[in-house]
Design a protein around this ligand. Structure first.
Ligand SMILES: Cc1cc2nc3c(=O)[nH]c(=O)nc-3n(C[C@H](O)[C@H](O)[C@H](O)COP(=O)(O)OP(=O)(O)OC[C@H]3O[C@@H](n4cnc5c(N)ncnc54)[C@H](O)[C@@H]3O)c2cc1C
Length: 416
């Protein structure tokens, strides 16, 4: 039979479709808004796609506690605007905010540009409603900020990529829109010096909303005519806290680099979701992509060096650059962007895989993790089996509890 796409408008219809697919052993794939970049959805003839974009209601707004409950297919930007109108924000700003759904955020374990202050989606989700592989509906998690009532099931669904259940409803923590915000920008002689400053700031307790450091080549491309490795930071909150944050940050960076004009931050804010430069490059046959990984402060510079060295050996690679944009007390992410020219259009897929292989292998050799926030899908699967080798038997047993008949997104995430 040919593949089928269904557009449920109610949770009961998801349950019905899952039961219907079970009887036919179809491969059921949830689709939020389709912005995932890891081939998480890859349909063939025995596929049932559940397009959840019609489940887009805001169900409840609790302004006292700071919670919003939504249907999972709601567009992230639609939700953000609705919250802003009430004086609130999710604090979650992936670059794809206008292209992605809240259910997709949870399913891929996504993260936004303001993560240093607000965290990743895992720090925001309080409760989920999910339809498991038998078509049964469960609520996992609790609205209370913390509980000690046995192991939680909710975290299993964060990053599950549609393989454990269909997320139909999400309750997120929300925040009042910050009263003030101000940016600062610095240039450091090297990327490594900038990483040291980021580490110093975070470990001193500074919490800018956005904190980004670009290597020398990416700085030159992004902020023409500014030398060195550029760092930008955006502080938000009560005006006095913003002022103190800026002062402490400046003091801690003082001897290591040079302060830049704040207009750089304004430029970044204005263009931060614009990826229009990619279209023409792809049309001209270039191979272009981004790869994000993570590591500890002790290992981050080594990961960066090994990735740069490993990738630069590949014939056809024209450039690879890096930045770090999600920062924690014990480490950070690295986000690589590459462009390559295949010898012929037929060579493009193998060149693409070769570059991925080099970045994944270098990251693993240097002790990093293969993915910071885009997830696994079908592209990263070979390396997931390596990184999680010691857990695979347990993970498979967990998967079967929620999807006993093996109908959810076969081919994605889990090596089987
Ligand atoms: C230009 C661009 C910029 C991006 N920037 C960021 C970024 O800053 N941060 C970031 O984290 N990601 C980013 N991404 C990746 C992507 O936007 C995220 O992974 C996003 O969370 C996917 O949401 P979606 O609704 O589009 O999911 P989809 O693409 O529809 O689905 C992705 C995966 O999640 C599963 N899924 C979706 N909805 C559900 C559901 N309700 N229940 C169960 N499974 C579900 C699907 O089966 C699939 O495996 C970017 C992508 C693009 C194209």
């Amino acid at each position: 039979m040919a593949g089928v796409v269904a557009f449920p408008k109610e949770v009961s219809q998801i349950q019905e479709m899952v039961r219907w697919a079970n009887a036919r052993h179809l491969n059921v794939m949830a689709r939020g808004l389709g912005s995932g970049v890891m081939q998480g959805i890859f349909a063939d003839d025995d596929t049932l796609i559940l397009d959840l974009s019609g489940l887009d209601a805001i169900i409840n707004l609790d302004k006292i506690s700071g919670h919003v409950t939504v249907q999972s297919g709601i567009n992230g930007w639609t939700l953000e605007q609705a919250l802003n109108n009430q004086g609130f924000t999710t604090g979650h700003f992936p670059q794809s905010i206008a292209l992605s759904s809240v259910g997709g955020w949870v399913a891929t374990k996504s993260i936004g540009q303001y993560s240093t202050r607000y965290g990743g989606i895992e720090d925001m989700v309080r409760q989920l409603q999910v339809v498991t592989g038998t078509g049964d509906l469960y609520t996992v998690g609790h609205l209370s900020p913390r509980r000690s009532a046995g192991p939680e099931l909710l975290p299993l669904f964060i990053g599950s990529e549609g393989t454990l259940g269909i997320i139909s409803e999400v309750t997120l923590k929300i925040w009042p829109v910050p009263a003030a915000e101000e940016g600062l920008a610095w240039s450091f002689p090297t990327f490594a010096t900038g990483l040291d400053v980021m580490q110093t700031w975070i470990q001193a307790g500074l919490l800018p909303s956005a904190l980004r450091l670009y290597d020398e080549a990416e700085s030159a491309r992004t902020f023409a005519q500014v030398g060195g490795a550029v760092m930008i930071a955006l502080f938000q909150g009560a005006p006095e806290m913003v002022r103190v944050g800026l002062e402490v940050a400046q003091d801690l960076a003082l001897s290591r680099g040079q302060a830049l004009d704040n207009s750089i931050v304004e430029r970044w804010l204005a263009a931060r979701n614009d990826v229009s430069a990619w279209g023409p490059l792809l049309q001209q046959g270039f191979v272009v992509d981004t790869i994000e990984v993570s590591g500890t402060w002790a290992g981050l510079k080594e990961i960066y060096q090994q990735v740069m060295q490993g990738a630069s050996l590949i014939p056809g690679l024209l450039a690879i650059t890096g930045h770090s944009s999600h920062v924690y007390s014990d480490g950070a992410n690295l986000y690589f962007t590459f462009i390559a020219r295949p010898a012929s259009p037929e060579d493009a897929p193998s060149l693409y895989r070769e570059i991925w292989q080099a970045v994944m292998d270098s990251t693993r050799n240097a002790g990093g993790s293969i993915s910071h926030h885009h997830g696994i899908g079908r592209i990263r699967q070979p390396w997931l089996a390596q990184e999680r080798a010691s857990e695979l038997v347990l993970l498979e047993q967990v998967r079967r509890v929620f999807d006993p008949h093996d109908i959810f997104n076969r081919g994605a995430l889990w090596p089987r």
